[in-house]
Design a protein around this ligand. Structure first.
Ligand code: DAH
Length: 347
């Protein structure tokens, strides 16, 4: 009988507990379809209801309505339960393992600068930093640059101010300016390195950039000789590129050193046999160096008869390129994570 069926279903609805559902969201949907779906219990009973004699319709109509409301209320209740549960799982389950946020790492240039600093620290060099916007005196004049030197030209240097009769101000083109600042304010013995950013008016390519980094080293004391420079260079090259590394010095010219030299290391890729990195020569050009020109010492207020010194300067991008075989300078500045992540573990 319809009446019995209705009471049976109402009982079923009341005795259904969502806690017993295993796959809760799916089973709630099954429950809904069973009672309220197109081919569900409600529609089926309604067909039977239509066939009832009129005098029974009122009573059965009420009963059917009760069943429908019970089913609707239960579905609603179950849905709320599932939603709350999902919410809790998504946001409030403190027992879930933490979502690992990607860990940052040092940029390969910072790692390289730190490594250079550590190598020099082991033989007593401390780190000095100074301004990136420099005046003509510290950039050029005190470093013995002649008035017509090309570095004083706008084509090579970014000038901030360049007016007739005024002190010229520019973005520093090298960290040698820090030598001057340190010598002006410190008495020898001086043993410093100066790492930092430098700027040159260059078109950006795989081999050149308008912003790059240098580390300058300066040692001034009584009786400092070229032999001290050479031994320091050999020590540095072996620490940086490996014990088997050899060095060679070629005569060169810089306004602020006399004599001046350029240092090459034996190619760490082919071991000196010749490859495309060293262009078949077996040697790689690494840095510039020399004995501090007496004119520079004097310009900074240091007596060149009592003191002598050596200086050297290197490009950090080049060091990292050679050490990690990086082929294109632009990669350093593009912040492409595929590039940066390759150096996560070099610390
Ligand atoms: N300042 C030079 C440059 O930017 C590098 C350099 C060469 C620094 C020789 C020195 C040095 O201290 O002795 O190219």
């Amino acid at each position: 009988m319809l009446k019995d069926l209705i009471s049976q279903y109402i009982e079923e609805i009341r005795s259904t507990h969502i806690e017993e559902f295993k796959d809760k969201a799916a089973e709630v949907e099954q429950f809904r379809v069973k009672f309220l779906g197109r081919k569900g219990v409600m529609n089926e009973l309604f067909e039977q209801f239509k066939a009832l004699p009129n005098e029974q319709k009122k009573e059965m109509g009420i009963a059917l309505n009760e069943l429908k409301n019970a089913a609707l209320a239960r579905v609603e209740e179950f849905k709320n339960y599932v939603e709350e549960k999902m919410d809790a799982e998504e946001h409030h389950d403190l027992t879930l393992p933490a979502d690992l946020a990607g860990r940052g790492s040092r940029h390969v240039l910072s790692v390289t600068m730190n490594e250079i600093a550590e190598i020099f620290a082991r033989i007593g060099f401390t780190v000095e930093e100074s301004v990136e916007i420099e005046d003509d005196w510290h950039l050029f004049s005190a470093l013995n640059f002649p008035p017509d030197h090309p570095a004083r030209d706008m084509q090579d240097t970014f000038f901030v101010e360049k007016e007739e009769g005024r002190q010229e101000v520019a973005l520093r083109t090298h960290t040698s300016s820090v030598q001057v600042r340190v010598m002006e304010t410190h008495k020898p013995p001086i043993r410093i390195i100066a790492p930092g950013r430098v700027f040159r008016n260059e078109a950006i390519s795989a081999r050149a950039h308008c912003i790059f980094h240098q580390v300058e080293a300066l040692y001034v004391d009584k009786h400092v000789t070229f032999a001290d420079l050479k031994q320091t260079l050999l020590y540095f090259a072996k620490e940086m590129f490996g014990e088997q590394t050899q060095i060679r010095l070629r005569p060169s010219y810089f306004p602020f050193t006399e004599p001046s030299a350029e240092m090459d290391i034996s190619c760490n890729i082919c071991g000196g046999k010749g490859c495309n990195i060293c262009k078949g020569t077996g040697w790689l050009e690494i840095l510039g160096c020399g004995m501090v020109d007496p004119n520079v010492l004097e310009a900074c207020g240091i007596d060149s008869k009592e003191y002598s010194g050596f200086a050297l300067g290197m490009g950090v991008e080049r060091m990292a390129m050679l050490k990690y075989q990086i082929r294109d300078l632009r990669l350093y500045f593009e912040n492409d994570l595929r590039f940066l992540h390759q150096f996560d573990n070099i610390i």
